[in-house]
Design a protein around this ligand. Structure first.
Ligand SMILES: O=C(O)c1ccccc1NCC(=O)[C@H](O)[C@H](O)COP(=O)(O)O
Length: 214
């Protein structure tokens, strides 16, 4: 059985993107949330978009962005998918999908069993669900903090939409996460960095290898 799809999130440099391609990841995340240490300026997006062309699916990460911000990033980064990592409700997800004609990923933040069921409300309005750990109240960012949730909550999960797993993954635990959940996609950001926002080529390579051979 082939391994899961692999998204390396928060790539901001040509070198990190090269490492992502060489490690045979399937997706790259470009972060358009200004407070993030992984924020990608619009001016830097076209070169990375071109480098990824035909090699990686380009996913833009947004937190409660308005249509103007979404439109600018979709064009600059030639996005294939829009990841909604804020409080976007099903109506907002539907409107974004209709307006931009891109695959829409909705992030569901998980702290307990009741959270997983929240994905059901996005059936028919989003294309993909990404389960990520809920960050603490008052945290600076709603993602990318290296926090994991209890993967057992997804062990028998059969939702209406295809889904993936994020949150606290690293080269050390990704194989266990894949085996334990049967996820079709894994997503990582801080677990393949040497410092916040600084991707590490060796960690990217090891992460992808360990995911594929889980
Ligand atoms: O990574 C960020 O800085 C970030 C900021 C705001 C919203 C989302 C963000 N990341 C989105 C992702 O898809 C991350 O890969 C995901 O949260 C997992 O992060 P990590 O636990 O660091 O692997």
């Amino acid at each position: 059985m082939p391994g899961p799809s692999i998204k390396i999130c928060g790539v901001t440099t040509r070198d990190a993107l090269s490492a992502t391609i060489e490690a045979q990841a399937s997706h790259v995340g470009f972060n358009f949330f200004p407070p993030s240490p992984r924020f990608l300026a619009l001016a830097d997006a076209p070169a990375l978009a071109m480098q990824a062309e035909g090699r990686l699916t380009r996913v833009g990460v947004f937190v409660d962005a308005d249509d103007a911000a979404l439109g600018d990033a979709v064009a600059a980064a030639r996005l294939d998918a829009i990841q909604l990592h804020g409080k976007e409700d099903p109506a907002r997800a539907a409107a974004i999908r209709t307006r931009f004609g891109k695959s829409v990923w909705k992030v569901i933040s998980v702290a307990g069993p009741g959270d997983v069921a929240k994905a059901d409300a996005y059936a028919g309005v989003a294309d993909f669900i990404l389960f990520d750990a809920k960050t603490p109240k008052g945290a600076a960012l709603p993602g990318g903090l290296g926090l994991a949730f209890d993967w057992d909550l997804l062990r028998a999960y059969k939702g209406p939409l295809p889904w993936g797993l994020a949150g606290g993954l690293s080269p050390a635990n990704v194989a266990e996460a894949v085996r334990g959940t049967g996820t079709s996609l894994i997503d990582v950001s801080s677990g393949v960095e040497s410092a916040p926002g600084v991707k590490d080529a060796d960690r990217i390579r090891t992460f992808c290898f360990n995911a594929r051979t889980a």
